[in-house]
Design a protein around this ligand. Sequence first.
Ligand SMILES: NC(=O)C1=CN([C@@H]2O[C@H](COP(=O)(O)OP(=O)(O)OC[C@H]3O[C@@H](n4cnc5c(N)ncnc54)[C@H](OP(=O)(O)O)[C@@H]3O)[C@@H](O)[C@H]2O)C=CC1
Ligand SMILES: O=C(O)C1=N[C@H](C(=O)O)C[C@H](O)C1
Length: 273
Amino acid sequence: MSDIPGTLPGIVITGASGRMGQMLIKTIVASDKCKLAGAIERTGHDWVGRDVGEAMGGTALGVTVTDDALEAFSQAQAVIDFTAPAATVEFAALAAQARCVLVIGTTGLSEDDLNKLSLAAHHATIIRAGNMSLGVNLLTKLTKMVSAALDADYDIEIIEAHHNKKVDAPSGTALMLGEAAAEGRGVSLNDVRESGRDGITGARKRGDIGFSAIRGGDIIGEHDVMFAGEGERIILRHVASDRSLFAKGALKAAIWGQGQKPGEYDMLDVLGL
Ligand SMILES: NC(=O)C1=CN([C@@H]2O[C@H](COP(=O)(O)OP(=O)(O)OC[C@H]3O[C@@H](n4cnc5c(N)ncnc54)[C@H](OP(=O)(O)O)[C@@H]3O)[C@@H](O)[C@H]2O)C=CC1
Ligand SMILES: O=C(O)C1=N[C@H](C(=O)O)C[C@H](O)C1
């Protein structure tokens, strides 16, 4: 990892052509707290070898898209990765080799993937969250608080809505909120999670935490946590209306991570919540 005192942290973006990849690049270019140090796409992608700004349809940024992630990571202070689980696990191993900060927004990671990230975190500072926004991270605290205050007479249902290109369900955010609700109740989410209702399901099991996923159009990300009791419902809601929200949170994490020891962190650590 290169570390020149007094210079802005250089950040590499993986999955540069993706919805979040492009949003992250625009956000870095507009920031005076960091600079774009690299842009990664997989081997064979038609952006490789092109200036990333021009590939995005704008002016040149002086950064050529590369498929050599290790070389790019070694020249940077941080990497921000919003790609797909298999790619994220590979990038984490490379971030460990390069000893850099890695911010992970990718969702849909399996237990096995998470174990591999934990291994990489022996050498890399890894900050991971299913949602990088202040609002959602605050909502996890509120969810835990409300869940702890109510008993299982209140059925907890988490309803999320996303665009029609999203590949994983429930969303990473819904799972964060579910974990917070389970924690508030003092149970393990794995023991009470209900995410596949279809057909003759039988009556709702007391204490379950239910998940429903809507997919359609260009919805950026909406999450409700419903506590449904007799005669009343309490609904905590977050609506994202701009993807830059996630990019700004990720940049904050990449900058916060400078000077932190290798290990695993989340946005609650970054935001001090
Ligand atoms: N934590 C948070 O706050 C947020 C998390 N997300 C999550 O971020 C992830 C990405 O979302 P989004 O940007 O919408 O998805 P996109 O499909 O638009 O982008 C994913 C990008 O990753 C690239 N990619 C996939 N595999 C590899 C690889 N092996 N090497 C290099 N690049 C690769 C894709 O390239 P190609 O097209 O060539 O496959 C694509 O450019 C999802 O998991 C999503 O849930 C999204 C928003 C906020
Ligand atoms: O895929 C998305 O778009 C989003 N993914 C994250 C999730 O799975 O919760 C965060 C946000 O809701 C957008």
